[in-house]
Design a protein around this ligand. Structure first.
Ligand SMILES: Cc1ncc(C[n+]2csc(CCOP(=O)(O)OP(=O)(O)O)c2C)c(N)n1
Length: 550
């Protein structure tokens, strides 16, 4: 086998292999040559070559999101590294084990006028769980730092940065490993969880308990625990689409439920206990409601982190949600109409929703309604920011379809790259639903030779950032069009041609129905279905929907 001659590079490679890190996303450069040579010459590693570091890191996020394993990104020195930052921040807030491995010059060569050189050490400090600033010479300390970084990425679920200085010559190879890094066994502290009697009493006596579930990996909670909530008349469960948690009694269209609420409704709905688990929550309306009508107790369950999203956090249960749920009583004789009252309101919303959808013109709303009803049940759905993920929340989606979105930072800068990574990492037919600005922003995502042939992009082209028409502050002015909406006349046909994707287009209900069928049923090449919707109708249809619910 071929190894890089530089002992530090050998060390990094050896540790990655011994710790079971398999997916390596490499961007081109010279300073990182020792790592590139090492990773690509060892068949244990699955290496991907992606030139644009921003895309490379989001692609890695997609793989890590699906495999739930750390993924390494490798780049050269200089600004290359900084292009990882958007994904690094996303990984931080979405709890994804992204391992950045940057090549650097030795410290005495920084800020002396050498080319492609910046201050790399600790460059992600504000969002990094660990920074391993390695030294040029092979050392026990280096070994420990590398292992600590990998350990933290896995156990604390987030991004870490390993910066490794290499001196020239960079391309020399040897046939024997010269290093044998000392492997460290980290002992994992098993935190035992005990639910105290007071907490149990509060739970048992509360007649209004609201469970709100944010982003979760599919199958994170076993069904029998969900039944516990489902059978309790004092519990209402609201789920986000990205929670991937399903039960017929759970309400997964939060905005549809609460947008028309009057003050009296909100008061009646105000929970005594708010129990939250999972990651980020998309719905702005639920956040506004809970901040205005604070629960007496907000309990968040997560082994690692708790955010005080509603200004009411009273307890962080540092354990896995299933452990917490296993401590709740299985029977509850408490009388409550909380669930029944909400279910009654919800049932009227369902009827209103159906009636409204039948009478509206072709628009983003209509398109999302169509897509959500016609997705293949064996696919996974990747959704871009920001109106796409908000629309998705308004419709039924088959429970067999897992939904993912980069909600850590809600960026539009890597949705396509992430979706492609997720499709590679999961080996599942993947459909990305994206807006035009997000798609155009991350069009380098398509500069990727690993896109599976069954990968599909549904691009809803409403001529700009449609979200800004929906947000308060929208005025039909030149300034709005240019600086907020960034309105344009572009389409994806040339990009599709350039990158070898099949391209379909639709501009009304009939062409959508026809093209969608062909688009969905061909899997010879990755493909794009671009749906043109009327820029100035979309926002009215959406806003009227919420008015109709009243
Ligand atoms: C990197 C980044 N820059 C800017 C934003 C702010 N932003 C949020 S949504 C959006 C426009 C998205 O437009 P598009 O992708 O066309 O989706 P639409 O809202 O039209 O469905 C922008 C610019 C962001 N979220 N991320």
């Amino acid at each position: 086998m071929k190894y890089p001659k530089i002992p530090l590079a050998q060390c990094i490679l050896e540790i990655c292999q011994q710790k079971g890190v398999q997916h390596i996303v490499i961007s081109p450069g010279s300073r990182n040559a020792p790592l590139t040579i090492g990773f690509t010459n060892n068949p244990y590693f699955k290496c991907y070559s992606i030139a644009d570091e921003r895309c490379a890191a989001f692609f890695a996020i997609g793989i890590a999101q699906q495999t739930q394993q750390p993924v390494v990104v490798v780049c050269t020195s200089g600004s290359a590294l900084l292009n990882y930052y958007p994904a690094f921040a996303e990984a931080f807030y979405s709890q994804i084990p992204l391992v950045v491995l940057s090549a650097d010059r030795p410290q005495h060569k920084i800020d002396i006028g050498d080319g492609q050189t910046i201050r790399q050490e600790n460059v992600f400090e504000n969002h990094s769980l660990f920074n391993a600033n390695l030294s040029e010479n092979n050392s026990l300390e280096n070994d420990n730092l590398i292992q600590m970084a990998l350990h933290i990425a896995c156990t604390q679920k987030g991004p870490v940065h390993i910066n490794s200085p290499f001196e020239e010559p960079l391309y020399e190879i040897v046939s024997e490993l010269q290093v044998h890094p000392k492997m460290v066994e980290f002992t994992l502290e098993e935190k035992s969880f005990v639910m105290d009697a007071t907490t149990l009493d509060v739970w048992k006596s509360a007649t209004k308990k609201l469970v709100l579930v944010g982003e979760l990996f599919p199958n994170s909670v076993e069904q029998h625990y969900l039944e516990l909530f489902a059978n309790d008349p004092s519990v209402v469960v609201l789920t986000e689409k990205t929670s991937n948690l399903h039960h017929p009694t759970f309400i997964d269209q939060i905005d549809t439920l609460i947008t028309p609420f009057t003050e009296a409704d909100f008061k009646a709905f105000q929970p005594e206990i708010l129990l939250t688990f999972g990651g980020m929550v998309v719905s702005k309306r639920i956040k506004a409601f809970l901040r205005n009508y604070k629960p007496a107790h907000h309990w968040h369950v997560d082994a690692l982190r708790a955010y005080d999203t509603y200004g009411a956090l009273s307890q962080h249960f540092e354990t896995h949600i299933t452990t917490f749920l296993s401590h709740l009583p299985t029977e509850n004789s408490l009388e409550s109409t909380y669930k029944f009252d909400l279910a009654t309101i919800w049932n009227t919303r369902v009827v209103q929703h159906q009636a409204y959808t039948k009478q509206i013109p072709f628009s983003d709303f209509k398109v999302f309604d169509f897509i959500c009803q016609n997705l293949h049940e064996n696919c996974q759905l990747q959704v871009s920011n920001s109106s796409a993920i908000r629309y998705i929340q308004l419709f039924d989606i088959a429970p067999s379809i897992p939904v993912f979105c980069n909600r850590g930072t809600s960026g539009i800068d890597g949705c396509t790259s992430t979706a492609i990574g997720a499709s590679v990492g999961s080996n599942t037919p993947t459909v990305l639903i994206t807006g035009d600005i997000g798609f155009l922003y991350d069009s380098n995502a398509l500069w990727n030779k690993y896109i599976p042939s069954n990968f599909k992009i549904i691009l809803i082209n409403n001529g700009g950032g449609g979200i800004f028409r929906i947000l308060p502050g929208h005025e039909e002015t030149e300034t709005f069009n240019t600086f907020f909406e960034t309105s344009h006349q572009l389409n994806a046909s040339h990009l599709a041609k350039m990158y070898g994707l099949d391209y379909f287009e639709a501009q009304d209900e009939l062409s959508l129905a026809q093209q969608y069928k062909v688009f969905m049923n061909q899997n010879d090449r990755p493909s794009i279905l671009e749906i043109f919707t009327p820029e100035k109708v979309n926002d009215l249809v959406l806003l009227d929907f919420f008015k109709e619910l009243v």
